[in-house]
Design a protein around this ligand. Structure first.
Ligand code: SPV
Ligand code: MG
Length: 578
């Protein structure tokens, strides 16, 4: 599940913003990280409009019950803050916290500063005496606080809050304690006068006549003070009232205060019972969430994905074939051409390291002694390809055959690239993946070389869907002699071979190497000895193996001519200045 990032001040203001915008908010209870994530991810559609809950209620009843305790001021502030923190960490919607009585003034002040620190949008405190009893228990004795004393607590809270958008709501318990509507109105006046941001009028009746009367009178109560604090309802017992009917009565916040805890209690009880009865758990499978879905929901998949990525990075070498003499840069091996006074290979090593890879194999041949300047590089292994004069790049690559057991990444010696490309390649679950770019199809720049062009498989469905990130193109043709008009991409000189992909490559290479008939006209090359890597990839495709491409849009440069050096140096300079 996606977790959105939101700053603490933004989150505090988010409830007020919602009410300012639409005058009402629908709030759902949560008592743990996972239940809060369920609230946050719940969605429905009505008349093509999407609906979600506007925020989360952190309830004293359900937080206490989750800890196996009654809701009677037993679970302390520290423990409640622990739950709130857990919820705040995995969600981003507004949080409203049930502050019980708020305790003494210093305790209330401590609570407020902690709630603001955690990004909570609102606290509701009830005008009962500590230790309070849950309001839905009509057998409990409900003792009310003196309204003046409670109003003083409100004033201290308001002085204490540092963010003006943090809403302090006073919860009137007159209809719970049986002191009636008149007492409720009197208390409302005290609390509004004290500067409260909202009033919650509570009732545990199924037909809450006094509560409805209070709501109807609320505007006229407020008129005297020239302001209308928001009005809050918790319709647990009068739940035949729709949110809309309560909003029509003037309520701004509707809180469904305990339903997820009650739902999970029922489901847990039934599940435990069935397993106890059956002596096995098979029968509950259809009633419970599959482990895989829980993994996905709490982000376990991301962790295993990360682990896989790290271990692939540790064991996958990057092989850079750089043995031949370049037809343009004839004086020095291509890898040692300097860009901003540093050999390309050193730029490549830096990029590879920054992507988290540890092993680099450089195959050299022509002027191999010149590579001694790199001997201090701990991550770099040199592989000599002695027969570089009579062979081409495929044979240089295959000189590193012993390093291919865990798969490898092929990197051409003349490519500078965005290090994210390497990460992208290894995250594809395919055995042979080529980095491919389609910018040549719309780049009008004059191209002074023959590109390694790529054609992808076109399928019947393609007319109906556009190609997006999730669809991996399957490569059917690759080479320099393909007509650009029918080509879809250019191969960027970076490819991934899994251990299975490397096995396919090694076997075909071995077979061709031992087969005298293959020596002539191998794919686009004059002979197998002079084969390029794209010739070999075409051979792999022709033999029926799957070769995929991953679209890379820009983020790489090939150093083909002295002109390219100037361009890249300019680009690096402008990046450094930016
Ligand atoms: C809670 O959810 O803890 C409340 C609402 O305070 S009630 O249970 O109705 O008192
Ligand atoms: Mg409560």
């Amino acid at each position: 599940m996606k977790k959105h990032l939101i700053s603490v001040p933004e989150r505090i203001s988010s409830l007020k913003n919602i009410i300012d915008q639409k005058n009402s908010a629908r709030i759902m209870e949560a008592h743990s990280g996972i239940s809060a994530m369920i609230v946050e991810s719940a969605k429905t559609t009505n008349n093509r409009i999407d609906f979600e809950f506007d925020g989360i209620w952190e309830s004293s009843l359900t937080d206490s019950a989750t800890k196996g305790m009654p809701d009677a001021s037993i679970i302390g502030t520290e423990s409640r803050l622990h739950t709130i923190n857990e919820i705040a960490h995995v969600t981003s919607k507004p949080l409203i916290v049930d502050g019980d009585t708020g305790g003494s003034i210093p305790q209330f002040e401590f609570l407020i500063s902690n709630l603001e620190r955690l990004g909570v949008s609102s606290v509701i405190i009830e005008d009962k005496i500590f230790p309070k009893r849950n309001s839905l228990d009509s057998s409990a004795s409900q003792e009310l606080e003196n309204p003046e004393i409670f109003a003083n607590k409100i004033k201290s809270g308001i002085d204490k809050k540092s963010n003006p958008d943090f809403l302090i709501v006073a919860r009137i318990e007159s209809l719970i304690a049986g002191t009636g509507l008149k007492d409720a109105i009197n208390r409302a006046e005290h609390y509004i006068d004290a500067g409260i941001d909202g009033i919650m009028i509570h009732s545990n009746e199924k037909k809450p006549k006094d509560l409805i009367d209070f709501a109807k009178k609320y505007n006229s109560i407020c008129n005297k003070f020239g302001k209308r604090p928001i009005l809050v309802s918790v319709p647990t017992t009068y739940n035949n009232y729709t949110e809309k009917s309560l909003i029509d009565l003037g309520f701004n916040i509707i809180i469904h205060a305990n339903h997820l805890l009650r739902a999970s209690h029922q489901a847990m009880k039934e599940t435990a019972q069935i397993i106890l009865n059956d002596g096995k758990s098979e029968r509950v499978d259809k009633h419970i969430t599959p482990v895989k879905e829980i993994f996905q929901f709490v982000g376990h998949d991301k962790i295993t994905e990360q682990d896989r990525e790290n271990s692939v990075k540790l064991r996958t070498p990057i092989i850079i074939p750089s043995a031949g003499k370049d037809p343009i840069f004839t004086k020095t091996p291509k890898s040692l051409i300097r860009i901003n006074n540093k050999p390309i290979i050193e730029h490549q090593i830096e990029l590879i390291k920054s992507a988290g890879f540890k092993n680099i194999v450089l195959v050299n041949g022509y002027k191999s002694e010149d590579f001694s300047i790199l001997s201090k590089n701990a991550n770099l292994k040199m592989q000599i390809h002695t027969d570089y004069k009579n062979t081409h790049i495929l044979h240089s690559l295959m000189a590193a055959k012993p390093q291919m057991d865990n798969g490898f990444i092929l990197l051409f010696s003349d490519i500078l690239f965005d290090s994210k490309i390497l990460k992208k390649l290894i995250n594809i679950k395919s055995d042979i993946v080529l980095g491919i770019d389609n910018s040549f199809t719309y780049n009008n720049q004059k191209i002074d070389k023959k590109l390694d062009l790529v054609v992808r498989k076109k399928s019947f469905q393609e007319g109906f869907r556009s190609l997006n990130n999730e669809t991996l193109p399957e490569i059917t043709k690759i080479g320099k002699n393909i007509d650009p008009k029918i080509s879809d991409y250019e191969f960027i000189g970076i490819a991934y071979f899994s251990n299975k992909g490397a096995e396919i490559l090694k076997n075909i290479f071995l077979e061709l190497n031992n087969n005298l008939n293959s020596k002539n006209n191998f794919q686009e090359a004059k002979s197998f000895e002079m084969a390029s890597i794209t010739d070999m990839i075409q051979e792999i495709i022709d033999r029926g193996y799957l070769v995929n491409g991953i679209e890379i849009r820009q983020g790489w440069r090939e150093i083909h001519s002295p002109n390219d050096i100037q361009t890249v140096e300019k680009e690096i300079k402008s990046l450094d200045q930016a």
